[in-house]
Design a protein around this ligand. Structure first.
Ligand code: GLU
Length: 421
């Protein structure tokens, strides 16, 4: 019988990436043990009453990977495939993401194992309020600050804020307990677009460094959720040719370029990009291998693997999704000279503007969208050059360089704080 190697789990992937950086900087064993471990892992099972009167029990998670630099920060996702292993990996990546951007946060993540598309708005609200209650022993503006992630949005953040505020603050809203809220509740201007906008800022900086002409660049985007559709629109508006996009149902391709505002309107109407008239259908797998200059995976993890990495045609990959590329694929792409702007940097615009939102919420003093966007650009640009210089110095790919910076920072904070008691 053939023995097939068991597939690496997402947390194993996160650990492998971490170990590469730890080896490079010769990180001592004590800190290695601390930093590779998630500090807290909460699993909750809770009932929700459905519209037809029946009761369903759901499973949710909230994980704190590391709190050395500040309260836990990270999104909450609703997806039928959510597992503890996945949430742990995502929490660890949040620690590194916040460290690279210099934000005073640790890393956390949450998720509920559910397909939210099968819930009514009322059921979605009940599930959100009950899950918030279940994890509320961890939450707080100085403990743990959730945000949107896959299939969650400002309305869901509003319910989280309201539930927490009802329990802990006599019903008076506590804006700093969650980010990505509607602006009427203290959400930051520019937060909704921040992940996509940050991806575009990262691409612009990389394009200058690696001499890619954005005016003629062909772009392919996998995933047309918040990050993917915003990146598509901003790149389209500045003249790049977005030739293919997709969502969970499939993709569309037009080598002459897609009219992105029209695709957005079509998806708004029909619920999917699939069937958009001025394009050919492609599968999500085919889409990754299309001829293009820039590829933006903006969907889920483990999309670029050893099976397709050698057929990717892009010169630059900007990871709007978390964990889209496996370590095996990383190696193949690095050898082929493909540049990868890693997730923990490329999609950090979201959490960076979450930080701005948290600061505004604590101060009850709100900024303009221009201020938010220009501060975001400053931080994204600074981080790019720090990562690029580190990659040159160690002769490694940008992912490992980004991890080196992050691990060094969190390790140094841990050394300074010392081991309690
Ligand atoms: N879920 C987003 C991420 O993966 C945003 C997290 C946040 O804003 O806290 O980075």
């Amino acid at each position: 019988m053939a023995i097939t190697a068991p597939q690496q789990s997402l947390y194993e992937i996160a650990i492998e990436q971490f170990e590469q950086a730890a080896d490079l900087i010769g990180l001592e064993d004590e800190l290695r043990q601390i930093l590779r471990t998630c500090k807290r892992e909460l699993i909750v099972h809770f009932p929700v009453e459905m519209d037809d009167g029946s009761v369903k029990v759901f499973t949710g998670y909230r994980v704190h990977h590391n709190l050395a630099a500040g309260p836990a920060k990270g999104g909450i996702r609703y997806h039928p495939n959510v597992t503890l292993d996945e949430v742990k990996a995502l929490a660890m990546w949040m620690t590194w993401k916040c460290a690279i951007m210099g934000l005073p946060f640790g890393g956390g993540k949450g998720g509920v194992r559910v397909d939210p598309k099968l819930l009514s708005p009322g059921e979605l609200q009940n599930l959100t309020r009950r899950y918030t209650t279940e994890i509320s022993l961890l939450l707080g503006p100085h403990q743990d600050i959730p945000a949107p992630d896959v299939n969650t949005n400002p309305q869901i953040m509003a319910w989280i804020m309201d539930t927490y505020s009802m329990h802990r603050h006599g019903g008076v809203g506590v804006p700093a307990v969650v980010t990505g809220k509607p602006t009427l509740l203290g959400g930051s201007a520019g937060r909704l677009e921040a992940t996509g906008r940050g991806v575009v800022f990262a691409i612009e900086e990389a394009a200058k460094t690696y001499q890619i002409d954005l005016a003629t660049a062909r772009v392919v985007i996998q995933g047309f959720g918040n990050a993917g559709s915003t990146a598509a629109r901003l790149l389209y508006e500045q003249g790049s040719r977005v030739v293919a996009v997709s969502d969970s149902r499939g993709g569309i391709y037009n080598p002459r370029g897609l009219d992105i505002p029209a695709v957005m309107a079509y998806k708004q109407q029909t619920g999917s990009v699939v069937g958009f008239p001025e394009a050919d259908p492609v599968t999500n797998e085919q889409l990754l291998e299309l001829p293009c200059d820039i590829l933006i995976p903006a969907a889920l993890e483990e999309q670029i693997t050893e099976h397709n990495a050698s057929r990717i045609q892009a010169r630059l990959i900007a990871e709007a999704a978390n964990g889209p590329t496996t370590p095996e694929a990383d190696r193949i792409l690095f050898d082929r000279g493909v540049i990868i702007l890693p997730d923990i940097y490329a999609n950090a615009g979201g959490v960076t503007v979450s930080y701005f939102e948290w600061v505004q919420g604590l101060q009850h003093f709100y900024w303009t969208e221009e201020e938010v966007n220009s501060r975001l650009r400053t931080i994204m640009t600074r981080a790019f050059h720090a990562i690029h210089a580190t990659a040159e110095r160690y002769r490694v790919q940008l992912r490992t360089a980004a991890l080196v910076l992050a691990v060094q920072r969190v390790a140094e904070i841990t050394r300074l704080r010392g081991i309690y008691p």
